[in-house]
Design a protein around this ligand. Structure first.
Ligand code: SF4
Length: 381
């Protein structure tokens, strides 16, 4: 080693294969936040830092995976995939969590809107659905394909994820992890730092870009080890596990399946599934009734020009929306249900306003709070 004039004591050097992998890094790259750059970084020819693209959800696992890489001097660029399915309400809370995580870790974050791709995978999953409509293997594969594009674009050498072996039944067992890496087109280039010691060595490990001994061997669903490791590595802030993906939620998936079964729809229709009780009285028409103020506000926001809105006149009650090819019977049903779910449910008659969304004039009808059994057959549950 001492005879090689290029070698500097204290640095780990790359094999020819690893040099080829890093060849796309054209110039020296320094950490954006030097305060978090650990000692002993890996360098290519004494110039280029090793770079990785990380999938960052903003949760503990993906943050820890990034920190483990930073401990080895890897410069990380983070990618966050967001969709309506990973944001249970109307706010983009997953983006907020990821942005916070990126700031704490000192990494640059790129956000990718992924709802359309996920919807396509829900319709045509190559590897089927999980317990509900979650096409997890295809979804992970699609995200990693996208990450592979960023990897090339940013001159990174590999991709990292916070996946943990055995944590999720469909997509995080050994065969699924291998399949996903292969189908994403970058076998050997997806490093899962939290479980790496339990998995086959990846190219960055075999080529000496990464010290395998410093990676972790976490498996299973318990989060105890991650919490302990996070503490050790100075991650003191991270969000509590969020609501997760709605494609794993049975109630939401029944409503989504109904939408898929009834032809044309757009993203507004998908967003609306997150709020209210949904009735399907006939093909081509739906009635959505708010359950609380949050639902009512969301329904108001998501209403379109052709929708009909109903609400009780003098007493508190839900906001109800009719979308599609409505008939007199649909309006009667929607008015009676609006009355039934209002605080006037014990009255014989309740005044309900019926109005085309955005138009100034409404019509007030006398509605009868009905027995819920009467329309139970149309309720999507
Ligand atoms: S849980 Fe949802 S977001 Fe996660 S991989 Fe499965 S389908 Fe995709």
């Amino acid at each position: 080693m001492g005879s090689d004039p290029e070698r500097i004591p204290g640095f780990i050097y790359l094999t020819p294969r690893a040099r080829a992998l890093t060849a796309s890094s054209a110039s020296a790259i320094m950490p954006r936040n030097p305060s978090i750059a650990p000692e002993g970084a890996f360098f290519h020819n004494g110039k280029n830092m090793v770079r990785a693209i990380a999938l960052l959800s903003g949760g503990l696992d993906s943050m820890l995976a990034i920190r483990v890489m930073q401990q080895q001097g890897v410069e990380v660029e983070a990618l966050h995939f967001t969709s309506t399915f990973t944001n249970p309400g109307s706010l983009d809370i997953s983006v907020t969590a990821a942005a916070r995580g990126a700031r704490l870790l000192g990494v640059r974050l790129t956000t990718v809107e992924f709802t359309k791709e996920m919807l396509e995978l829900v319709r045509h999953p190559r590897h089927g659905h999980g317990k509900n409509l979650n096409p997890c293997i295809d979804c992970h594969t699609a995200m990693l394909k996208r990450a592979a594009e960023y990897m090339r674009e940013f001159g990174a050498q590999f991709v990292i994820t916070g996946e943990v072996l055995g944590q999720r039944p469909m997509s995080q067992h050994r065969d699924a992890l291998n399949l996903i890496a292969k189908e994403a087109g970058i076998p050997g280039l997806i490093l899962r730092p939290l479980s790496a010691k339990l998995l086959d060595p990846t190219i960055p490990e075999t080529e000496g870009l990464i010290d395998r001994e410093k990676l972790l061997d976490i498996s299973g669903r318990s989060r105890k080890t991650q919490i302990a490791q996070a503490k050790l590595l100075g991650i003191t802030e991270y969000p509590a596990p969020a609501g997760g993906c709605l494609l794993t939620d049975e109630g939401f998936c029944k409503k989504l399946q109904d939408l898929l079964d009834h032809g044309d729809f757009d993203l507004d229709d998908v967003n609306l599934l997150k709020f209210g009780r949904h009735y399907r009285p006939a093909d081509g028409v739906k009635v959505v009734i708010g359950r609380d103020n949050r639902d009512n506000e969301a329904i108001q926001t998501l209403a379109r020009a052709d929708d009909i809105l109903l609400h009780t006149v003098d007493i508190p009650g839900p906001l109800t929306l009719i979308r599609g090819k409505w008939s007199k019977e649909t309006v009667r049903m929607a008015a009676d249900l609006t009355a039934r779910y209002s605080q006037g449910r014990d009255q014989r008659r309740v005044s309900v306003s019926v109005q085309r969304h955005g138009e100034p004039d409404d019509r007030v009808v006398d509605a009868t709070p009905c027995d819920l059994e009467k329309y139970k057959q149309y309720l999507i549950t």
